[in-house]
Design a protein around this ligand. Structure first.
Ligand SMILES: C[S@@+](CC[C@H](N)C(=O)[O-])C[C@H]1O[C@@H](n2cnc3c(N)ncnc32)[C@H](O)[C@@H]1O
Length: 272
C-alpha cells in the first residue's frame, strides 16, 4: 500500500451504496465518527509495518500492543456489547537475523491479562501467496521456509457472542471434510476483479490484501442479515464487497488514496 499516509483527522466519503459507505481517512478518526454500539462485527487486517515493524533487538517489542490497545478502545465503543472483532496477524521476521518476532503474541497476552477482552478462537489461514519479509533467508540462502500460514484472532468482551457455525458449513468450497479453524478459502491473489479496475504495474495494494472470501467467512459466522460490519483498515475494499454481497450494512475506511481508488472502482463495478 502507499506509504504516504494521510493522517488528517477528517474523513472523506469515497463511495456509498444502499448498504454502506467507503471513507478515506485515519482509522481513529473514522472509528470515532461511527455511532456507539452500532456494529456487530469489526473484521480487519491491520498494517504489517509500523507497529509490526520487525525489531532485531526486541522481538517481543510492546509497540504492537500499544497500537492494538489504542485501537481496541475505539472499536469497543463502536461494537455492540456482545459484538466481535476479528483481525489477521502473523509472525514476522527480525530485520537482520532469521528469527521470529512475536509482538502480536505479546500484545494478545497483555490484552487478555487486562481482563476486558476474551480470545474466543484463533483461525489458521493457509495463504500460499503470503508476502514474505525474509527473502534473504527464504529465497537466497534457503535456510528458512516460505511462510504460508497466517492467523486470525476472534476477540470479544463477553464469551457469549451470537455465532452460528452452521452458516459457514460448506463454505470452504470444494472441501468435503470439516476443516474447523484451519481456513483454506483462497489466497491473497484469489480475487482478480480488481485487475479490470487497475492499470499499470502491480503495486503493493494489489498484493497486500485478503480475498473477499476471508471477511465473508467471518461475516456469515458472526452476523445476521442487516447487521453492521466495520473495517477501519479496509485496503482495496474486500470487506465492503463481502458485506454488500451478504446483505449486511457496512462502514469501511482506509487512509491510502491508492487503495481507496481501487476499492471505489470495485464497488462501482458491483453496480454494472
Ligand atoms: C494489510 S492492509 C489491509 C488490506 C485489506 N484487508 C485488503 O484486502 O485490501 C492494511 C491497510 O491499513 C491501512 N492503514 C494503515 N494505517 C492506517 C491508519 N492509521 N488509518 C487508516 N488506514 C490505515 C493501509 O493503508 C493498508 O491498506
Amino acid at each position: 500500500m502507499s506509504s504516504t499516509a494521510d493522517t488528517r483527522s477528517t474523513i472523506s466519503t469515497i463511495a456509498s451504496t444502499s448498504l454502506g459507505t467507503l471513507t478515506q481517512g485515519d482509522a481513529t478518526a473514522f472509528l470515532r465518527s461511527l455511532p456507539a454500539q452500532s456494529a456487530r462485527l469489526v473484521v480487519t487486517s491491520p498494517w504489517f509495518t509500523g507497529p509490526f515493524e520487525p525489531s532485531s533487538d526486541d522481538p517481543t517489542s510492546p509497540a504492537f500492543g500499544d497500537w492494538l490497545n489504542g485501537h481496541l478502545e475505539d472499536i469497543a465503543r463502536v461494537l455492540l456489547p456482545d459484538g466481535s472483532v476479528v483481525f489477521e496477524a502473523g509472525c514476522t521476521w527480525a530485520v537482520d537475523r532469521p528469527v521470529r518476532t512475536v509482538q502480536h503474541y505479546a500484545a494478545l497476552s497483555r490484552l487478555l491479562a487486562g481482563g476486558e477482552w476474551h480470545l474466543l478462537q484463533e483461525f489458521h489461514w493457509y495463504n500460499p501467496e503470503l508476502l514474505t519479509a525474509n527473502e534473504e533467508y527464504v529465497e537466497r540462502r534457503r535456510s528458512r521456509l516460505h511462510d504460508c500460514v497466517t492467523n486470525w484472532y476472534w476477540l470479544s468482551r463477553t464469551p457469549d457472542v451470537p455465532a452460528d457455525t452452521r452458516r459457514v458449513r460448506g463454505f470452504q468450497g470444494h472441501l468435503t471434510h470439516p476443516f474447523g479453524n484451519f481456513l483454506t478459502f483462497g489466497d491473497s491473489a484469489a480475487d482478480h476483479d480488481y485487475l479490470d479496475a487497475v492499470r499499470g504495474p502491480e503495486t503493493q495494494a494489489d498484493r497486500d490484501r485478503f480475498p473477499v472470501a476471508a471477511p465473508l467467512y467471518f461475516i456469515r459466522l458472526l452476523t445476521e442479515e442487516g447487521e453492521h460490519v466495520v473495517d477501519p483498515f479496509a485496503g482495496i475494499g474486500s470487506t465492503a464487497l463481502a458485506a454488500e454481497s451478504a446483505g449486511r450494512t457496512w462502514s469501511c475506511n482506509d487512509f491510502s488514496v491508492e487503495a481507496m481508488t481501487i476499492a471505489k472502482q470495485r464497488i462501482d463495478n458491483l453496480r454494472k
